[in-house]
Design a protein around this ligand. Structure first.
Ligand SMILES: NC(=O)c1ccc[n+]([C@@H]2O[C@H](COP(=O)([O-])OP(=O)(O)OC[C@H]3O[C@@H](n4cnc5c(N)ncnc54)[C@H](O)[C@@H]3O)[C@@H](O)[C@H]2O)c1
Length: 256
């Protein structure tokens, strides 16, 4: 596909970019011309993604639950690149358990990564983006942040919080006139290691995968690039009048 360089001159930081949707988003933003800061808690895989992009990409180790690491990485990016324009809060974890089976430790772990990690990203992202008079923050929620799934109590809760945190950040930045937009994405089942883990948790993984496919009106699992394309759109000036939006990328799942 021929892509325009609509992100030329922009600096983007993506969390959880060693795998799945984060890695696909890193590749897409890079192809559209952005300087890409690949971050992840997994140093080996994250560095490999940045190396595969070549010029115009670097890797920084960033565990999103660690506020000191957020400050150090964002400040290093601003010092080296002059600012930050795009922040994709993508890192996330899942625990498969109903409300009855979820331990408080598991609940807190999922919220620490999925919700507190996004909060820290927004807090420190806004701090530096406002100095640049603008930017785009994209928070990775899920269809599970809008609708309930019985075996994902902590995950649904953590992703629902991301949905309304996003709107609060969007309204704050609008009121302050910072020029920073903040939106959330809500993918359904996208073919990544995270969905592999979900289907492999079933006794019959093939049947579980077929069940997921059947639930999607468009009749297939999503591809990581389906999400990366939406990330690039929201990151770009094409979306300059869009803030506080929740965008499902779900093959029609939530429209039923
Ligand atoms: N795959 C799907 O179907 C799907 C659907 C809806 C939402 N999502 C969301 O999309 C995001 C990416 O999911 P994916 O499918 O690509 O998952 P993945 O497991 O392939 O990748 C997640 C990445 O996040 C990193 N990570 C985990 N905890 C971290 C932490 N504390 N700090 C930094 N990095 C950390 C992992 O090392 C990994 O590289 C997640 O937020 C997930 O909840 C995925």
């Amino acid at each position: 596909m021929n892509l325009t360089k609509r992100l030329e001159g922009k600096v983007a930081l993506i969390t959880g970019a060693a795998s799945g949707l984060g890695a696909a988003s890193a590749r897409r933003l890079h192809r559209e011309g952005a300087f890409v800061v690949v971050t992840d808690r997994d140093v080996e895989k994250g560095a490999a993604v940045a190396a595969s992009l070549g010029e115009g990409a670097v890797f920084h180790k960033l565990d999103v639950v660690n506020e000191a690491e957020w400050i150090a990485v964002i400040d290093a990016v601003v010092a080296a690149q002059g600012g930050l324009d795009i922040l994709v809060n993508n890192a996330g974890v899942g625990v498969l358990a109903s409300v009855e089976d979820t331990t408080i430790e598991a609940f807190r772990f999922v919220h620490a990564v999925n919700t507190e990690g996004v909060f820290l990203g927004c807090k420190h992202g806004v701090r530096v983006m406002k100095a640049r008079s603008g930017g785009s923050i994209i928070n990775m929620s899920s269809v599970a942040g809008i609708a309930g799934a019985p075996d994902m109590a902590a995950y649904c809760s953590s992703k629902g919080a991301v949905r309304t945190l996003t709107k609060s950040v969007a309204m704050h930045c609008a009121r302050k006139g910072y020029g920073i937009r903040c939106n959330s994405l809500h993918p359904a089942f996208i073919d990544t290691p995270m969905v592999d883990a979900v289907v492999n948790a079933h006794r019959d993984a093939d049947r579980a995968r077929a069940g997921l496919v059947k639930s999607i009106p468009l009749g297939r699992l999503g591809e990581a690039d389906d999400v990366a394309a939406a990330v690039a759109y929201l990151a770009s000036d094409d979306a300059k009048f869009i803030t506080g939006v929740e965008l499902p990328i779900d093959g029609g799942l939530l429209a039923q």
